[in-house]
Design a protein around this ligand. Structure first.
Ligand code: IPE
Ligand code: IPE
Ligand code: MG
Length: 248
């Protein structure tokens, strides 16, 4: 592991890593256990990945924990996930504070069940002064929802005369997104072998490097995170230019 870490260039660690934590259900199924056992095991990965990301200097870690589409799952699984959220946040606050982790959230969190919303807001409040790493949970999140909400908000300001439509640019648009103030992720990871985005951060990943791994989320830990970062650091990010322009 320390060997793997020595392959990471500390000067080029992504500021922001976003992860689609997928495969909890299949991980459990492969072991002959119910899906929710996979969700419970996934919490261990959240802990390990957050700590490893902080260790190498990542400033923002955004985890896709529950999509707007996930409400369509069997009610018992939805309830189990919401209960797990409350229990995990309550149980982790002490360690989050000990490790300098600030909890944040993106998504339509006010529409979460009252107990989940309350635990989340309390967790954010209790960790607000931590600065080592920001752990951003995407909860009841949908990128299309977020973009529509931004468009609506800007349209309302234009209609009431506080914003000139010709002043709408990338900056004003970003200021209306739930990620305002957070730099775009340089690296997006999805576990479980699926190679889709599933309505996650559509605006913000415009130039992110994508990393897909077959590993199920409960098996994804420090080693797997470091491997993803090493893969990211081997890539040439050209932003439309040529290799020669980049002086390579
Ligand atoms: C990801 O694992 C967790 C959530 C979506 C909440 P899944 O529950 O999607 O696991 P699979 O994809 O069915 O294996
Ligand atoms: C995406 O995973 C959402 C989260 C990880 C929370 P899903 O398992 O819900 O995605 P799809 O439905 O397979 O695309
Ligand atoms: Mg899934």
């Amino acid at each position: 592991m320390s060997d793997l870490k020595s392959h990471i260039n500390p000067e080029q660690v992504p500021q922001h890593i976003a992860i689609i934590m997928d495969g909890n259900g299949r991980w459990a199924k492969s072991k002959g256990m119910p899906r929710v056992v996979g969700h419970h095991s996934g919490v261990k990965s959240v802990r390990e990945v957050t700590s490893a990301a902080a260790e190498i200097g990542v400033k923002y870690l955004t985890l896709y924990a529950f999509s707007t589409e996930n409400w369509n799952r069997p009610p018992a699984e939805v309830t189990a996930l919401m209960t797990l959220l409350v229990e995990t946040i309550k149980g982790e606050i002490r360690d989050l504070n000990k490790n300098g982790v600030r909890l944040m959230a993106i998504g339509d969190i006010e529409a979460l069940p009252a107990a989940s919303y309350k635990a989340l807001v309390q967790g954010m409040e209790d960790t607000r002064n931590n600065t080592r790493i920001n752990l951003v949970l995407a909860l009841n999140y949908s990128a299309k929802w977020e973009i529509l909400r931004a468009a609506r908000q800007l349209a309302e300001r234009a209609a009431n005369g506080s914003l000139n439509p010709s002043d709408i640019n990338e900056d004003t648009f970003e200021s209306a997104l739930s990620t305002h103030g957070i730099p775009d992720p340089e690296l997006l990871i999805r576990t479980s072998g699926e190679t889709r985005i599933s309505n996650f951060l559509l605006w913000q990943i415009a130039y992110a490097e994508l990393y897909f791994t077959p590993v199920f989320w409960p098996d994804f830990g420090k080693k797997e995170l470091f491997e993803a970062i090493i893969s990211y650091q081997r890539r040439e990010r050209r932003f439309g230019m040529t290799s020669e322009q980049l002086g390579k």
